[in-house]
Design a protein around this ligand. Structure first.
Ligand code: ADP
Ligand code: 5GP
Length: 206
């Protein structure tokens, strides 16, 4: 059985990186897709773990070679998801979670790729601002730019299948895990061969 694709979008600072990282730590058989970006690494970020940090010319070469399933400019930097890596992982039966912006999510939807779309909201704009500041990774003007963009991104929430409000982290994590679990238990994901064999069902009953 192939793995599933989960797309998680949220305005910057809502906590989607934290949520996705925690989920892959506590749940088996799900990994976080590592994007390519032209953004500078933040303190503590590791190349090949958090992102593949590349320069713009390398990124644009990859665009030209059709290596990205989706890519977009976000807050003045380029971000993209490698097509091969994603499909290889899914082929191995492992679920993949993509933490990407609303433009990238829209591209994946337009391509008709089977995926579950999840939108993460902060509890309020004030808390979003607090979280962006408390992360201590971005300058004042970067934070101001991200807040300005937040309202625009939140406007796209209706395009998603599920909405999670990240107020208490443990609650939001549980909710994200529940969406993944419900997809795993869906009839389209069930191992029909195993059921047939185990319960002696004949023919095309399933
Ligand atoms: P994003 O990836 O959406 O930009 P992050 O995961 O980097 O956001 O989170 C932004 C900041 O908010 C981080 O400092 C993180 O530790 C904090 N944070 C995330 N979720 C919560 C939460 N539920 N409650 C309080 N702080 C949170
Ligand atoms: P950050 O710089 O805070 O890590 O991410 C900024 C924004 O870029 C976030 O909204 C994040 O979801 C988005 N992003 C990260 N990787 C990708 C990607 O591969 N494609 C797209 N379209 N957006 C991405």
């Amino acid at each position: 059985m192939k793995g599933s694709i989960f797309i998680v979008s949220a305005p910057s600072g809502a906590g989607k990186t934290t949520l996705c990282k925690r989920l892959t730590e506590v749940m088996p058989r799900i990994v976080h897709s590592i994007s390519y970006t032209t953004r500078q690494a933040r303190e503590g970020e590791v190349d090949g773990r958090d992102y593949f940090f590349v320069d713009e010319s390398r990124f644009m070469k990859m665009v030209g070679a059709g290596e990205f399933l989706e890519w977009a400019e976000v807050h003045g930097n380029l971000y993209g998801t490698s097509r091969t890596r994603l499909f290889e992982t899914v082929q191995e039966g492992i679920d993949v979670i993509l933490d990407i912006d609303t433009q990238g999510a829209a591209q994946i939807r337009q391509k008709g790729i089977d995926a579950t779309f999840i939108f993460v909201l902060p509890p309020s704009m004030d808390i979003l601002k607090e979280r962006l500041s408390s992360r201590r990774t971005d300058s004042e003007d970067v934070i101001a730019r991200r807040l300005e963009k937040a309202r625009e991104e939140i406007g796209d929430y209706r395009l998603y299948d599920y909405v999670i409000v990240n107020d208490r982290l443990d609650v939001a994590l549980n909710e994200l895990g529940s969406v993944v679990l419900s997809k795993r238990l869906h009839i389209s994901r069930v191992d029909h061969g195993w059921i047939k064999e185990t319960f002696g069902l004949e023919g095309d009953a399933l």
